[in-house]
Design a protein. Sequence first.
Length: 294
Amino acid sequence: MARLFIGAAGWSYKDWVPSFYPKSQSGKFDWLQFYSAYFNCVEVNASYYTYLNPSIVDSWMHKLSGNEDFSFTIKLHQDFTHKRIYNVQNIRDTMTNLNILNSEGRLGGLLLQFPYSFAFSEANLDYIRVLIDVFNLFDCFVEVRHTSWNNDEVLGYFKSANITFCTIDQPLIGKSISFNPIITGGSAYLRFHGRNYGAWFKSLNVNSTEKQTYSEQSERYNYLYSPGELIEISREIKEIYDEVKNIYVIMNNHPSGNAPANAFEFINMLTEKREINIPENCIEAFPRLKEIAA
């Protein structure tokens, strides 16, 4: 059976206090160390916004020195995927951090996440090919959000290059790609953005020059999956257990601590663990977790 990695997209969220992180924190309290006590992976999204100083990545290794089973996946900087303007130094900065994680055995892979506006075309597929060639030393997970990418030419290339075609759950608006685990590489990478249709639709119509607050940007991910939705999704994930070596389940419905809450429920459903180690304050914020808490 595939090895399961279940976690969230990021861990540094102030609004996870007190629904996940405790309200009372000592001076020695560290969010990553706390997070890693409950989950075995995290998707780094800070790397999408900035080129992280290698000393920061080194500090993660130090903090997790006693936790050998924890892995990171890195979200590629927006210069590569959204702006599509990058230089040699940008590549070097990205490679440096990937190599640090890889040398420590903590790199799950590199996420290349493209926007809905990046529809399939021969030119866009060629652009992906170029990026894959640049980062071919690492496992690559490619997320596209437009249904036009779900075609034989694309899937054939992904399979030949052993690239993971990301499975995403998102509101189905317009030509949005639907949730369908398609195996093209040695791993499966599933990202859950929530099903907040109203906020998602609004975000698609925001002018690119319009300034949005953090809360406004995050609102489209403000969604808590119901137990029924998670059960249905879990059934589909279990169907691919024997097709890949690794399965990453990443919750990106991060506002208000919804992501860790749903991640705990996925751990319960996908590993068939009846009792999960869950912080008491998280159970207070999400009472239904009491049924699966140790």
